[in-house]
Design a protein. Structure first.
Length: 683
């Protein structure tokens, strides 16, 4: 979209052409691309597409394939008609394995070929396969299943689940935490890995081996783990997996380790990172099998510590840190084909980039620039990665060894070709401690430089995270920009991608350092961008952002016409007793709620309710066990009791996020109506 500057308008140039408005329904209805996988010969890229049937309020998954040699348009595989996800190549590139619920309503492993016309069912477990991996020699498939850990076989778990469902007694007895996690209550099962032998037709046969028998923990990890949590060993005789021993301290420990189990059970499960009491993740073997790369934190109990990249010599069992002076936290990691380079993604000053790190020297080179790389895979013809930005959902790119990246797939370009995007711009200013802080401003769509616009001041959650130059299906600045708002976002102290010291600085400082950054960032933005109407601005946030909305309400409410608090913390002390992952509140507040010298009281919004005056919309999900329902109800109760204009938007079927398409549209309508009510220009 071309925008004209003020000088051009004054000279009589034509008005900018108004383009299509991008709505919350448009966003919720978009197809979504993810999970690229390069074939072993480098010719094809397999990826997943999520398609939303908005009227049915239901999404379906399909597999697509792009031919990098022929450069023909990507094709949807016919086997997707029954639903297909988690597409994975066989080592010879002749087969594609995937998950589907087409046969029995439970997700099972299936196999097809590159043509993708027909599929063979590989597994027939009595309940969902959560994730899987097939050994390179095609003799074993490892699957993740939720089972009762004391059961001797799958039939026992199946029978026990059926008995529970049939029982008229509904009471559940717990003797340790977690009793609930994220959005589900503990039902006594744990995620275990099982190994099936594959017959000469590639079908699972015989009795599966519980590779974690007697292990008190989950792999895939809960609540979001997948096949990245385990890997088949180079010798193809076992599996290495990430897990945390549950015990009595599961709810306040971050001591994940990686473990090794043999397929034949000939050796006991062994902990390969026992010396590190902080977080370790599953290793990725080098192409020659001599080394493994894994990620490790240093500080026990801290979920937002820097993930260092560790390389282990599998012969000597010695570890060394790769690029120890690189002050970024690595996300996904992978080897180059020659074993000389580690590829990794990491947040970096408002972007999420793909990096190449030389194994010998530790030299770090950024391979991508602006935008957010969400996934990547390594192939003989180069790197394939999925990237999004503030102006684009995820698209697929090929980065060859030489030359620029080439776009190879997009599932939303046609739907968005006429959309009026709000133009983003990154800025910086001096924040707390006179340190540089970054932020983004997004201009309203169909921007007119002669106008002043109301402002949506978005505050991110985490708090150790970043809005950044990334696309979101929940807090998307473009929806506000297309509703006529300018958007301001500040990556306050505590945000990721600016060095570990910057991230650390928020711990035990929830209410002072970030607030100072938000105040100074708002002041800077008003001076730097004349189109911002500081007299018509509302602040919005979720999770920690919601906490900050409550904190602002009692400590900095002057600039705001209204506030929006989504699943935000009202009482930090009670939060320490009611949330599920206790390591989070205990680290960031300096201890447990009953200990002295913590910050539970120092930065508690509940103690400043007397100063609340600004109209506030409160949003809360019933299934949110991270910031439980009572926090939102308490916020709304306080507002109502004080006579402050307020509304409560309650979702009985949503967790910490609003995920269902029609709920998302309702959420955006209520939020925008609230903003429109309180930022309307006075006549």
């Amino acid at each position: 979209m071309v925008t004209l500057d003020g000088a051009a308008l004054a000279a009589g140039a034509p008005e900018p052409v108004k383009r299509q408005v991008f709505t919350a329904k448009d966003m919720a209805s978009l197809d979504r691309l993810s999970d690229p996988r390069v074939s072993p010969d480098g010719r094809y890229v397999l990826y997943s597409v999520r398609t939303m049937n908005f009227e049915a309020n239901k999404a379906s998954m399909s597999l697509w394939i792009a031919d990098l040699k022929a450069r023909t348009p990507p094709q949807r595989l016919a086997i997707s008609d029954g639903g297909a996800s988690s597409g994975r190549w066989s080592s010879d590139g002749q087969s594609i394995y995937f998950l589907s619920g087409r046969a029995s309503g439970t997700d099972q492993v299936f196999r097809t070929d590159v043509a993708g016309q027909t599929a063979v069912q590989v597994t027939r477990t009595p309940f969902d396969v959560q994730a899987f991996k097939v050994s390179p020699n095609g003799k074993t498939v490892v699957v993740g299943l939720a089972v009762f850990p004391d059961c001797p076989d799958l039939g026992c778990t199946e029978a026990r689940l059926a008995a529970k469902a049939a029982s008229k007694a509904t009471g559940v007895v717990y003797d340790r935490l977690f009793v609930r996690h994220w959005d589900t209550w503990d039902n006594g099962t744990q995620n275990h890995l099982f190994a099936y032998a594959l017959d000469d037709k590639g079908v699972a046969t015989g009795t599966p081996v519980d590779l974690m028998k007697g292990f008190d923990g989950d792999s895939p990890t809960k609540p979001f783990g997948g096949d990245e949590d385990f890997v088949i060993t180079p010798e193809q005789d076992g599996v290495a997996f990430t897990a945390k021993l549950a015990g009595k301290d599961e709810a306040w420990s971050t001591n994940y380790d990686f473990w090794v189990a043999k397929f034949d059970g000939s050796e006991p499960i062994s902990n390969r990172t026992a010396a590190n009491k902080a977080w370790d993740t599953a290793p990725v073997p080098s192409p020659d099998g001599k080394f493994a790369v894994y990620r490790a934190m240093s500080r026990p109990g801290f979920e937002a510590d820097r993930f260092r990249i560790m390389i282990r010599d599998r012969t000597t069992k010695q570890d060394r840190e790769l690029a120890p002076d690189w002050d970024r936290s690595a996300d996904a990691v992978a080897w180059s084909a020659d074993g000389k380079t580690i590829y990794a993604t990491a947040f970096d000053v408002g972007q999420a980039k793909l990096f190449a790190i030389d194994v010998k020297s530790g030299k770090v080179t950024a391979l991508t620039g602006a935008g957010h790389v969400s996934a990547f895979d390594v192939g003989p013809q180069g790197l394939v990665y999925a990237q999004d930005s503030l102006k684009s959902p995820s698209e697929l790119f090929l980065l060859p060894p030489k030359g620029p990246a080439v776009k190879i797939a997009s599932v939303s370009a046609e739907a968005l070709k006429s959309v009026a995007w709000g133009e983003p711009e990154q800025f910086n200013f001096k924040g707390w401690n006179d340190e540089t802080v970054h932020g983004f401003v997004v201009k309203p769509a169909n921007f007119d430089p002669a106008r002043k616009y109301p402002v949506a001041f978005l505050i991110h959650g985490g708090p150790q995270s970043s809005f950044g130059n990334a696309w979101s299906y929940r807090w998307n600045p473009q929806v506000y920009a297309n509703a006529g708002y300018a958007v301001v976002m500040i990556d306050f102290h505590g945000s990721t991608g600016y060095g570990q010291a910057f991230t650390d600085s928020i711990s035990q400082h929830w209410g002072d350092r970030p607030l100072e950054d938000l105040q100074k960032g708002w002041s800077h933005a008003l001076k730097a961008y004349s189109f911002l109407d500081g007299d018509r601005a509302c602040a919005l946030g979720a999770s920690y952002g919601g906490y900050m909305i409550n904190w602002i309400a009692g400590n900095w409410n002057e600039p705001w016409k209204c506030l929006v608090n989504h699943d935000g913390i009202f009482d930090t002390r009670f939060m320490g007793y009611a949330t599920e992952e206790l390591w989070f509140t205990e680290w960031d507040n300096g201890g447990t709620p009953w200990e002295p010298n913590t910050t539970f009281t120092k930065f508690n919004p509940a103690d400043h309710v007397a100063k609340w005056t600004k109209p506030t919309l409160v949003v809360q999900g019933q299934l949110d066990y991270r910031v439980p329902l009572e926090q939102g109800l308490s916020t709304f109760t306080a507002l109502q009791r004080k006579g402050v204009p307020s509304k409560l938007l309650y979702f009985p079927n949503e967790n910490h996020w609003v995920l269902k398409a029609q709920n998302s549209v309702q959420w955006h309508k209520e939020v925008l109506d609230w903003l429109n009510t309180w930022t309307a220009e006075k006549k």
